[in-house]
Design a protein around this ligand. Structure first.
Ligand SMILES: [Cu+2]
Length: 474
């Protein structure tokens, strides 16, 4: 399905520093001609890459990780948003003109974007109509929303129309009411309200709500601390690393080198500073959280999604139940919607969600992680594994029995790590050595634009100059 996506580096342990330091770009898959209703297709598009620069926090992350490349000299605001590289840009529209905002919240921190618009000069009102989330068109367009609750890492395509006097100004704000752009009304035109539109749905986004979940394919994914909660057998192989990661983090928090720390007992990694999924921190060649049976409907009960933005690679997932706020007329989240990142604190931090997806086309690893990237860097990341065998919850590599899947397009890997055996060195933020020679700087000129009838994936940056600083240490 065509839609709004983005790219960012993912070097484990340095993701916060790199994304929080500015490395992000839009990836737009254009709509085929005639795919959308003409009023949407004809609307002017604005790509809004929303980046949060909290320079003091990022400096702290750089210090924690031993990085000496990031630095800033502050003589003003150290905590602000940019909109495609510009602080609080003006977007000039005509009264009653529909525009399509492709909003990418290139977020790395805790909260949702919570985008809202308010009149600051003149008179009038603006509407926000949700069109798509995470690059997937919603099935109940047009849905009026009042708050764009885009989780960190999430995207939303929102149709915006202001009915206002000439010269009126609307402030767009997000992330704790910081400025993210102004809509300036100049001139007037005519338009009509949208009629309902249901997108053509590709096979991989077929509705899963009435599907039968595959045998044994209903599993838990707990985005939480490192308590193994009765699933310690699966977590045992990671126990030594879990303790190690936590000890290193504790040392950084204390600001000194500290001692080596004790090994701790099973589940002894707690202390409130550990970031795990299903009791395990991320590690190289990690045992899968769950094994997925290829082309079987998967169901996950996600916990922790009131506080941690859960992000899943490869396969978007459909919201099945437990969608907090679903009964609001203007809810950003609704049962049946598709997402690839989900954070919804309207049901409290302890809220949980049941979601489904079907692994098709690809087998092999499917990454999941918290999109509060400091959590991810410290271990709140994991891998599921799609294979030709059956589903196994809280699995180990030793459970991987069948890689012979017809249609496999992904590189498979042969894992020989037996249950309980630890063979890899720990790599944490503190271990990453930055190679100065690896730094490259790429500048994309913002004037580049791609015709609407170009169906290929394209970069299309409409606001000014956007600079990518790629400091990949691969
Ligand atoms: Cu988190």
């Amino acid at each position: 399905m065509p839609g709004t996506f983005w790219i960012h580096p993912h070097y484990h342990g340095s993701t916060t520093l790199q994304v929080g330091g500015g490395t992000a770009a839009a990836l737009i898959v254009n709509d085929p001609v005639g795919y959308l209703p003409s009023q949407i297709e004809d609307a002017e598009e604005y790509i809004m890459i929303i980046q949060h620069f909290d320079l003091e926090v990022i400096q702290g992350v750089a210090d924690d990780s031993g990085d000496n490349m990031f630095s800033y000299t502050g003589n003003g605001d150290t905590d602000f948003l940019t909109n495609s590289g510009i602080v609080n840009p003006d977007i000039t529209v005509e009264s009653m003109e529909w525009i399509r905002a492709r909003i990418i919240y290139a977020g790395w921190d805790a909260g949702a974007l919570d985008m809202e618009m308010s009149l600051t000069s003149g008179s009038g009102t603006c509407e926000m109509i949700l069109l798509a989330k995470d690059g997937i068109y919603i099935s109940d367009f047009p849905r009026t929303i009042t708050t764009g609750r885009i989780p960190p890492g999430g995207r939303a395509d929102i149709m915006i129309r202001c009915n206002a006097d000439d010269g009126s100004i609307f402030q767009i704000a997000g992330v704790g009411n910081m400025d993210m752009g102004r809509i300036v009304v100049s001139g007037t035109t005519t338009s009509t309200d949208f009629e309902s539109w249901t997108p053509e749905t590709p096979y991989y986004l077929a509705d899963t709500r009435s599907e039968t979940v595959g045998a044994g394919c209903s599993c838990e994914t707990r985005v939480a601390d490192c308590d193994c909660e009765g699933n310690c057998e699966a977590a045992l192989a990671s126990e030594a690393r879990s303790v190690e990661v936590v000890e290193r983090r504790r040392k950084r928090r204390q600001g000194g080198p500290g001692g080596p720390g004790g090994p701790g007992g099973p589940g002894g990694a707690g202390g409130g500073m550990a970031f795990c999924i299903n009791g395990r921190p991320m590690e190289h060649d990690q045992e899968p959280i769950n094994l997925q049976s290829f082309e079987s409907t998967q169901e996950r009960t996600l916990s922790g999604i009131g506080a941690h933005p859960y992000h899943q690679h490869t396969f978007p997932f459909q919201l099945i139940s437990g969608v907090s706020g679903d009964d609001d007329a203007t809810s950003y989240f609704r049962t049946g919607d598709w997402h690839d990142v989900y954070l919804n604190n309207q049901g409290g931090a302890g809220a949980s969600l049941i979601m489904r997806f079907v692994p098709r086309k690809y087998t092999g690893k499917m990454m999941v992680h918290c999109h509060r990237l400091e959590h991810e860097d410290q271990g709140m990341m994991g891998v599921e594994y799609v294979h030709g065998g059956g589903c196994v919850c809280d699995s180990l590599f030793s459970d991987v029995v069948d890689n012979e899947v017809v249609g496999n397009d992904l590189h498979l890997f042969n894992i020989t790590v037996a249950s309980g055996e630890v063979t890899e060195e720990v790599t944490t933020v503190a271990d990453v050595v930055v190679d100065d020679a690896a730094e490259t700087t790429t500048v994309i000129d913002g004037t580049e634009s791609v015709d609407d009838d170009d169906e290929s994936a394209s970069f299309d940056l409409k606001f000014g100059i956007f600079t990518l600083i790629l400091a990949m240490v691969l």
